[in-house]
Design a protein. Structure first.
Length: 87
């Protein structure tokens, strides 16, 4: 049995009617999809430095580690403020 050769286009099957589908809305779920995804578009010169997602994740983890270490160092009191006031 040979398959029917159908036209490529927006034609519905004969058993469906356009009125069965209600009003169509373009981009109905676009806002929700944007909220629920975390796609980041890198600028071309940045993308050249990171060949894949793994490389980006490793770099960002390293940056977070450095930021956490630096934050801990700056929170400690070195005692210099007291010495300068009294001295």
């Amino acid at each position: 049995m040979k398959r029917e050769n159908r036209k490529a286009g927006d034609e519905l099957r004969p058993e469906y009617r356009r009125s069965d589908f209600g009003k169509l809305v373009r981009g109905k779920y676009a806002a929700r999809a944007a909220r629920e995804t975390n796609i980041v578009v890198l600028e071309p010169e940045i993308a050249e430095a990171f060949p894949n997602a793994k490389a980006v994740n490793e770099a960002l983890r390293g940056l977070l580690d450095v930021a956490a270490t630096t934050a801990r160092l700056t929170r400690r009191s070195t005692g210099r403020a007291k010495q300068q006031r009294t001295g």
